[in-house]
Ligand binder design. Structure first.
Ligand code: CA
Length: 223
């Protein structure tokens, strides 16, 4: 799951980013409303966090333009204590939730989880390929009914594979979506993690689900 955080206070932004990354989300930061809007319009985020007071373009305007361009990702608004009336405007403009600063990071994480669950509810909740089943709400993975324990990174990688089953996923795509890293600085870690995942998902089973696509990357699919 990829999250965009548009927040100009560097300390708050990096605090949020670190906390989200510890929960295995991929995070992009923008400190400017106009730049944040451009990133948000790419449509590649599962959730967007927007501070209201921003240079470049006010947060409320960023939100309105995203909704106008049919970006449906859940939006969590951050407001300062003094901007209570702005909350109502934010919700009216299409925000899904808001938090007043200062906030406890656990509360932000809880709201992010709730919004992502809600967003996921619009698409089928449980992902299934062959006998491999992943439940994003509980983070439970089973194959042929047997529970498979995954680390946070392995889980994030598998969820990305399952949400794009049947498509070739290149290493740059994987590194950007799962690790939030430029591929150039980040080479064989992906292959290592795909192998971890293979050991847990495919090893000893008749039907392999994770396929190597020579010269391109990987694909998850049922044969
Ligand atoms: Ca601000």
């Amino acid at each position: 799951m990829r999250i965009l955080v548009i927040e100009d206070e560097a300390k708050v932004a990096s605090f949020i980013k670190r906390a989200l990354e510890e929960e295995s989300y991929a995070v992009d930061l923008s400190a400017d409303g106009a730049q944040g809007l451009d990133l948000g319009l790419s449509g590649s985020y599962d959730l967007i966090v927007i501070d209201l007071m921003l240079p470049g373009l006010p947060g409320l305007e960023v939100l309105k333009r995203l909704r106008k361009e049919k970006i449906q990702a859940p939006v969590l608004i951050l407001t300062a204590q003094s901007q209570v009336d702005q909350k109502v405007k934010g919700l009216d403009a299409g925000a899904d939730d808001y938090l007043t600063k200062p906030f406890a990071i656990d509360e932000l994480l809880a709201r992010v989880r709730a919004l992502l669950r809600r967003g996921a509810a619009e698409t089928p909740g449980v992902l299934q390929i062959d006998d491999l089943v992943l439940n994003p709400a509980t983070r439970e993975v089973t194959r042929a009914g047997q529970r498979i324990d995954l680390t946070l990174k392995e889980y994030a990688l598998l969820e990305y594979f399952m949400r794009h089953a049947g498509r070739v996923l290149t290493r740059p795509m994987i590194s950007e979506h799962v690790w939030n890293q430029d591929f150039d600085t980040f080479t064989n870690v992906i292959d290592v993690y795909v192998n971890y995942l293979r050991n847990k998902i495919d090893r000893g089973r008749g039907r392999k689900l994770i396929h190597t696509v020579r010269g391109s990357g990987y694909m998850l699919k049922a044969d």
